[in-house]
Design a protein around this ligand. Structure first.
Ligand SMILES: [Zn+2]
Length: 131
């Protein structure tokens, strides 16, 4: 699996275990030392089963920071990382600054719209063009 593995500590049972996430969103303007990370994926403690009580360890903070720098350096250089593991929670969407939740719903709306768009030629269903 292509996932970001982070050591996280459970606030309930204090157990530090590695968790894999598809993506982590950071609030770059947050006062939180780790950028108030929002984990995309299941955040249930593997030890005690408590949900949403995992916090980043200093090691996780370092991993998040290095990924974030990579993302920002790429953006600054005019490049884009195809599937960034760590990205700012606020993102540019069609020229408008939006929060992640808004961006996610907007893009899913756009996706479902294009799926049943009448302008899509029927020939694409035949499987041509899938490189
Ligand atoms: Zn726990």
């Amino acid at each position: 699996m292509n996932e970001l593995r982070l050591p996280l500590r459970c606030k309930r049972c204090k157990e530090v275990l590695a968790y894999g996430f598809e993506r982590v969103l950071l609030d770059v303007e947050s006062k939180d030392p780790y950028g108030d990370p929002a984990f995309v994926g299941e955040i249930v403690c593997k030890a005690c089963g408590t949900e949403g009580e995992l916090e980043p360890t200093p090691d996780a903070g370092r991993i998040l920071t290095s990924h974030m720098m990579e993302f920002l350096n790429a953006a600054r250089g005019g490049r884009t990382i195809a599937r960034p593991k760590v990205m700012p929670a606020e993102t540019q969407l069609r020229g408008k600054r939006v929060g992640f939740a808004d961006g996610a719903s907007a893009s899913s709306i756009r996706r479902s719209r294009s799926r049943r768009a009448p302008s899509v030629p029927a020939s694409t269903e035949a499987g041509c063009g899938s490189s």
